[in-house]
Design a protein around this ligand. Structure first.
Ligand SMILES: [Zn+2]
Length: 129
C-alpha cells in the first residue's frame, strides 16, 4: 500500500475534459452510456466504445449532506454530494453554489471542476442552473 495517489488515467481524462468544457461519456453501439475509465460496456460487454458529448444540464436524482467526512474532505464539511442524471449516464459529485440543505432532487445543474478545500484535489462539481 502506498499513500501516493495513483493517477487514474481514464478518470483524470474525464476531469480534464470537463475542465476544458467538453465533458463526454462513453457510448457503446447499443447506446448504453458509461463513464471513463471503461474498456467494455458495463451493460452488454461491447468493446467498441466511442466518446459522446455529455448533455450540458443534468438533474439531481439523489443527494446526501455530509457532516462527517473522510480525511480528504475534512475542511469541506458540511457539503452536499449528489448523483446527477445526464440521460445516458449518472455522475456523482459535490454540489456548490447553494447551501447544502437547500439541495433538492429534481434540481437542474451543470457540471464543472472544483478543488477540495482540504487538499486542493480536483473533483466533479455541480452548480445550479
Ligand atoms: Zn452496451
Amino acid at each position: 500500500m502506498s499513500d501516493e495517489p495513483a493517477r487514474d488515467a481514464g478518470y483524470d481524462d474525464f476531469l480534464d475534459a470537463i475542465a476544458e468544457g467538453e465533458p463526454y461519456y462513453l457510448e457503446c453501439p447499443e447506446g448504453h452510456g458509461s463513464l471513463p475509465p471503461r474498456q467494455v460496456c458495463p451493460d452488454c460487454g461491447a468493446s467498441e466504445l466511442s466518446e459522446s458529448e455529455l448533455p450540458e444540464v443534468g438533474t439531481i436524482v439523489a443527494h446526501n449532506v455530509v457532516h462527517v467526512p473522510t480525511p480528504r474532505f475534512l475542511d469541506d464539511t458540511p457539503y452536499a454530494t449528489a448523483i446527477v442524471d445526464f440521460g445516458p449516464v449518472n455522475v456523482t459529485g459535490q454540489v456548490r453554489g447553494l447551501d447544502p440543505q437547500d439541495v433538492e432532487n429534481g434540481q437542474d445543474v451543470t457540471i464543472t471542476i472544483g478543488e477540495t478545500e482540504t487538499d486542493g484535489d480536483r473533483l466533479v462539481v455541480f452548480e445550479p442552473v
